[in-house]
Design a protein around this ligand. Structure first.
Ligand code: ADP
Length: 266
């Protein structure tokens, strides 16, 4: 009575061992949120940070594939679930995808069960000491998304990186996302524009396939930092699909340098 909730205490203890917690948000699916989350974790690890990624995109977990731990099972230990260790830069990974027998099993969990699972991910995973924990969240501002952000709020995140593409339709959803963060009191670390122009692999000329600059304009309008542009490059898609690190396969790529700059800014 009047005592502290032991679950909350354990969560607080685990999260105290993590210096920075960053949420990755997007207004809609398909803008490259998970790819940016995975690449950002690898870039930070390249910069000698101890990094973990928790995949809270319960209905479409793609982090295990991106970080090449797909098909590996999470095991329990006396200290809690042991996160999987990515072959890329030793990033620690926890995802619902790794808890399901087959990663193509859809998870149709609702409300309280989902909140409980998200809290367990943070509380029952033996993260150990980390410099940065990156949280990949579901897209949008749905109930599910609200659940994730609320559960994460108890872990006292540093803030959110919002990923968008440059088209006006994507920007409209980002407006909602920024208002959502304001309402919930989540600090916005900044906006990053992904798929921002195509850089020709032969001549390096840049073509703006979609419109350009809308992410930067919107960041200005809301008074939040603009964190940069990541171009469309075919080898990023390939790396993502094959679970390879762009920093190892194509370190000279314009996307790799944009992602590395992003890691230095967050
Ligand atoms: P989301 O998490 O927002 O749904 P994903 O990270 O799954 O989006 O990315 C969607 C698709 O776009 C994936 O096939 C991914 O490989 C590809 N992709 C993401 N960013 C880039 C980029 N900058 N250049 C090329 N392909 C990209």
């Amino acid at each position: 009575q009047g005592g502290r909730d032991p679950d909350q205490e354990l969560l607080d203890t685990r999260m105290r061992a993590v210096k920075h917690k960053i949420l990755i948000l997007s207004g809609k699916g398909g803008v490259g949120k998970s790819s940016v989350a995975a690449c950002l974790s690898m870039a930070l690890a390249e910069l000698s940070q101890k990094v973990g990624v928790v995949d809270l995109d319960i209905c479409g977990p793609s982090i295990p594939k991106l970080l090449a731990v797909e098909g590996r099972e999470v095991v329990n230990s006396q200290w809690g679930w042991k996160p999987l260790i990515s072959p890329h830069h030793g990033v620690k990974v926890m995802s619902v995808g790794s808890l399901l027998e087959q990663s193509d099993n859809a998870v149709i969990w609702r409300g309280p069960r989902k909140t409980a699972l998200i809290r367990r991910f943070l509380k029952d995973t033996f993260w150990g000491r980390l410099d940065v924990l990156i949280c990949d969240t579901p897209p949008g501002t749905s109930d599910e998304h609200l659940t994730v952000v609320k559960a994460m709020k108890s872990a006292d995140p540093d803030g959110a990186v919002i990923v968008t593409t440059p088209q006006e339709v994507a920007i409209a959803t980002i407006r909602k996302e920024l208002n959502f963060c304001r309402k919930l009191g989540v600090r916005v670390i900044g906006v990053v524009e992904n798929m921002s122009g195509f850089v020709c692999p032969c001549c390096q000329e840049r073509t703006d396939i979609f419109s350009s600059g809308a992410g930067e304009r919107l960041a200005g309008e809301y008074g939040v930092p603009f964190l940069g542009r990541i171009p469309i490059v075919q080898h990023l898609t390939q790396c993502c699909e094959e679970g390879r690190s762009i920093f190892q396969s194509h370190p000279e790529s314009p996307a790799a340098s944009a992602l590395m700059q992003l890691a230095q800014r967050v």
